[in-house]
Design a protein around this ligand. Structure first.
Ligand code: GLN
Length: 278
């Protein structure tokens, strides 16, 4: 017989299985269909029946390393609430650096009145949707090799009322003959043998690592860019903290100029961009 638990007891259980307090509060608030602030004033409220079953299942999954965002089914990114699930990488705050850089270019240096922007490997649609939200005049296209990811991206665009042309395929492959003023990508860049992959095992491997030294997807995107950029168009990519020099080398090989690297919120070199000349 389930007698139910108080909110305080439920949060105590979370602590005992090693679930972070903020995560536990967010999950319990969702189970009880209340805002997190409500929990603080309702230590004695009862969690029982279906709520208790759901709470226990979520605690077990969170304790086993499933991302909070998958349990809640959503993640905040650059002010937008995005649906996420195991078919897509959970958008990271570090990627907001790439979005900010893109919006700066759209606000000034890029001359086109209706700039054509593409996001390669869009996943949940995070980058494409944040750029469309921040610069409504831009025309957005986004690609992904995963049909399941594109379904989520498409739903995010529809729910947020942000128009993006979604294309199924790998990197530039569905964009034959098309040119863009600005190309963006957060591709898989973790090396195949990187021990961090173990902690990320619930997220799609396709979105995290291309195998080998982690540079294959970046190399394909950068090498393919000159054929898909308008004259003076820009390419911005996210990369690993130790890949900036290698990525700048790939840009140089592809004939880019004004190649620079920006740092993420943790102070690591995280995004590199450059301008195509032709
Ligand atoms: N930044 C992510 C991480 O290290 C990886 C994202 C990616 O490979 N594009 O957790």
């Amino acid at each position: 017989m389930n007698r139910g638990l108080t909110v305080a007891e439920a949060l105590g259980n979370a602590r005992r299985v090693g679930v972070d307090r903020l995560d536990a509060q967010l999950l319990l608030a969702r189970v009880l269909a209340q805002p997190r602030s409500w929990l603080i004033a309702h230590d004695d409220a009862i969690v029982d029946g279906a709520q208790l079953a759901r709470w226990r299942a979520w605690l077990t999954r969170r304790a086993a390393g499933e991302p909070l965002a998958y349990l809640l089914g959503e993640k905040e990114f650059h002010g937008l609430t995005l649906e996420v699930g195991p078919a897509v990488l959970v958008p990271r705050p570090d990627t907001e650096v790439l979005v900010e850089w893109a919006l700066e270019l759209l606000a000034g240096p890029l001359p086109a009145a209706v700039p054509d922007v593409v996001d390669l490997g869009t996943g949940s649609g995070a980058i494409a949707l944040a750029v469309k939200h921040g610069h409504a005049a831009a025309r957005l296209t986004a690609t992904d090799a995963s049909a399941a990811a594109l379904e989520i991206a498409r739903r995010n665009g529809a729910r947020l009322g942000l128009a993006v042309e979604w294309q199924h395929g790998s990197w530039w492959e569905p964009l034959a003959g098309r040119r863009f003023d600005l190309a963006l990508s957060n591709p898989p860049y973790i090396a195949g043998a990187d021990p961090h992959l173990a902690a990320l095992r619930h997220e799609p491997t396709l979105a995290l690592t291309p195998g080998g030294n982690g540079l294959a997807a970046l190399a394909a995107i950068i090498a393919g860019a000159p054929a898909h950029l308008a004259p003076g168009g820009w390419l911005l990519v996210e990369h690993g903290y130790d890949q900036a020099a290698a990525v700048r080398g790939l840009y140089a090989d592809a004939g880019f100029v004004d190649v620079t690297t920006r740092h993420d919120l943790g102070g690591q070199p995280r995004c590199t961009g450059g301008r195509g000349v032709l």
